[in-house]
Structure formats: structure tokens, C-alpha cells
Design a protein around this ligand. Sequence first.
Ligand code: FAD
Length: 441
Amino acid sequence: MEALVEAPVKKENKINERIPETGMPRIVIIGGGFAGIELVRKLSKENVQIVMIDRRNHHTFIPLLYQVATAGLSPGDISSPLREFLQDSKHFHFRMARVKQIHADKKSVETSLGFLKYDTLVIASGATTNFFGNKEIEKKAMKLRVMSDAIELRTRLIENFEEALQLYEDEQDELEKHMNVVIVGAGPTGVELAGAIGELRSHVLPKDYPELDFSQMHIHLIEGLDRVLPPMSKKAGKKAASYLKHFGVNVELGKLVERYEDGVAYLSDGSTIKTRCLIWAAGVKGNVIDGLREGAVDKGRILVDEYNRVKNHEYVYAIGDVCLQTDKKYPKGLPQLAPVAMQQAQNLGDNIIRLHNNKDFKPFKYVDKGTMATVGRNRAVVDAPGITFGGFLGWFVWMFVHLFSIIGIRRKVLVFSNWMWNYITYNRGNRLIINKDLDDM
Ligand SMILES: Cc1cc2nc3c(=O)[nH]c(=O)nc-3n(C[C@H](O)[C@H](O)[C@H](O)COP(=O)(O)OP(=O)(O)OC[C@H]3O[C@@H](n4cnc5c(N)ncnc54)[C@H](O)[C@@H]3O)c2cc1C
């Protein structure tokens, strides 16, 4: 009888009970992205217990996700199991779970495995695609934020051509829907995707599908503002626009995609584009977790001060894409970029160590080392402090920086060898359709 009464209580707190209480302060980190893993690295030699919770068991190098979506790299080239590279960290525990709610008054988080207590909570849950409330587009559009999105997008891109082969000449509408690609948003993600799909169209698809006429495949990049790459300099945007032209991408500025129904995208200027592949790359919002006190969230991000402390909370911090931190140069908030997330994690790690040594916190200061975007083979744009450049040099710098940033030597070698192979052969070896529905065909 007693066991029956106790069972549900135990289950509710299973995650807490299975992680030993060590007497050391427990730091719970939500998210194993750029910010989360950088913080673990920083604290790995300290006398603190770290519990990382992520709903996935791996870290993804998101900046190269578009290359998985366009068959240039495979998922394992840019993903690392979180347990693998955190093995050397002292007093580290990982749990694959979703954090559902924060109970700041009880200093605990509610996860899909039960409740877990914390002494310090760090929210590093990143961002997700923002459809700005358009549920219809959200249901039907493709997106690119996590690995499963990239695999789904690659599948849709290639499946469309497999299906196009079965269409008759009088099914012109359907043919257009299968051949055309529409990308919404000409920020770095949209631009990089458009360039890579342009390359596929020039070098790979005509060889795979000689029965199809690829002059009928149109790639549209739609942007609401009046230029491409709005977060970068005007010069970089101009260069990127000329590179996109080189790859035959139709850049349409000052237009919004307002509706997407039955394979037709409806634009704000009244025009329409037929496509079965509409990719939404037009915005992100923070992965905000429920339960934070009033006033802590604004514009879909968690408000933090210069120490990354969450507004109206004690012992709760937020770092990376999920937080909104302002400074003089960025009054609307720091950009949602990997270097910002990593630098915030380093500073917070330093501050946690300082706290244990009874020293004062240091405010965060973002050091901007530049931004870049690649537009297909041999072309990229780079905004470095004081200088903007592009072309082959930009592309070379882009490759070097990304290769350097990928975690682990094995993955660096895999990515580099794939890039070299693709460069020499003009091929994309990962043109795999992975769709479990096909198993029942
Ligand atoms: C397609 C694309 C291309 C990009 N290219 C670049 C680039 O070239 N350069 C650049 O600097 N930046 C780029 N970015 C932005 C960059 O990826 C982000 O700034 C960076 O990932 C932020 O790191 P983060 O740790 O805050 O979040 P993330 O890396 O997104 O990690 C968040 C983690 O939290 C986990 N999580 C979320 N919610 C929960 C929950 N409730 N419970 C448990 N776990 C949860 C997620 O599974 C994830 O692992 C790009 C972004 C995208 C989408």
C-alpha cells in the first residue's frame, strides 16, 4: 500500500532524485546550443554541479544547416552529441528533456521528466522561427532552425523533382509548383539558401533529372525591406544582390508574402507565385519558457540587464538568442548571433566564478568581430570592423572562420573534405530523400 501512495510523488521528482545532491551549488542550464555549451566549458573545472537540460541530445552548428538542406553536408558533419564533448567536465549531468515551466518562487524547473531544483538557473533556450502570427503560413511553409527542418527541406526540394517527372505536358500549373522555390526573407539565411539552391540548379539537378527543363525552375527571394542582407552594411547588401543575380535568383524587394494556399504564394503587390516549396526565413523569436514573472519578457525575448540577470528575478540569468540585452550601440537589443551568445556565456561564467570568490560582477560588453554571409561558390560578403569585402577572399575567410568554429577535429575534417569534394566535382553527394511516409508506399 505504502509503495502505491509514494510512487506518483517519486515519479514527479524523478529527475531531481536521480541527480545526487553534492552540497555544491547546482547550476541548471536550459539549452545545449552555443551559449549553453560555452558556459559549461567555462565552469567545467569549478566546484559547482552543472545540470544541462536540452530536448535534443545533440548540439547543432546552425550556421551550416543550410548546407544540409541543400545536400552539401550530412547531419552528422555538423552535429555533436552533447554527452560526447562535455565528458571532461567535472560534476556535469545531462538530461534529455523539455523544460515546460519555471517556478522561480520555489527555485525549481518543471521538465518532461519531473521537477528539478536549482540554486542558479541559466536560460539558454535560443530562438525559433517567427511567423508573426500567420498560422496558415506556419502550417504549410518550410523553415530552417533545427536539423529536422533541414532534412525535411532537403526531402521536399528533391521529392518535388521526382514527382515532376510524372506530370503530363498539360499539367503546367503543377509543373510550375514543383519546380519553383520561394524564399521569404533576404537576411543571411535566405541569401545563403538562395545561393546554394541556385548552384544546385546550375550544376547538379540537370544531371540528375535530364528529362526536366531547368530553365523552368525559378528561385524567388522575397524581402519586405528595400535591400538584401538588412542586418549587414549597404555595401555588403549590394554585393550580395549582384552575386544572387549571377546565380539566377530573382530578388524581389519591398514585397511581403501575405498568404500561401494550395501551392500559391500571394504577395503584397498583388502578384502570385506557384510553388510547393515556400521557405520562411523572415524572422525569429525567443524560445521563452513559461512561468517567468511579469515584466520579464518583451518582444518575444527575456529582458536582462548588463550582467544577464533576468528582470524581476533573483538567481535567474538568460544568455544567447533568447535574451534581450541592450547597450549604447544596440538600443533595440544585441543581434541574435552565435558570437554574442558565446561571449555572454563567457562573461556569465566569469561572474559566477567571481561571485564564489566574493568579487563584484563585471558587466557584459559585446566585441563585434564582424559578420559574414556566403552566396554560393567563390562568393561571400564580409563586414569586418572598418572594412567590407567580398568575392573569393570573402568566401575563403568565410570558409576558414566556419571550419575553425565547428566542434571537434573529426567534424572539421569531414566538413573540409566534403567542401573540397563538392568544389572539385561540382557535386552534392547528400541528395537523400528521408521521409518515413515512403516506407508504407
Ligand atoms: C539558419 C540559420 C543560420 C544562422 N547563421 C548564423 C551565422 O552564420 N553566424 C552567426 O553568428 N549566427 C548565425 N545564426 C544564429 C545562431 O545560430 C544563433 O545566434 C545561436 O544559435 C544562438 O545560440 P543559443 O545558444 O542562444 O541558441 P541555440 O543554439 O538555438 O540553442 C538553444 C538550445 O536550447 C534547446 N531548447 C530550447 N527550448 C528548450 C526547452 N524548453 N527545453 C529544453 N531545451 C530547449 C534547443 O534544443 C537548443 O539546443 C543562424 C541561425 C539560423 C537559424
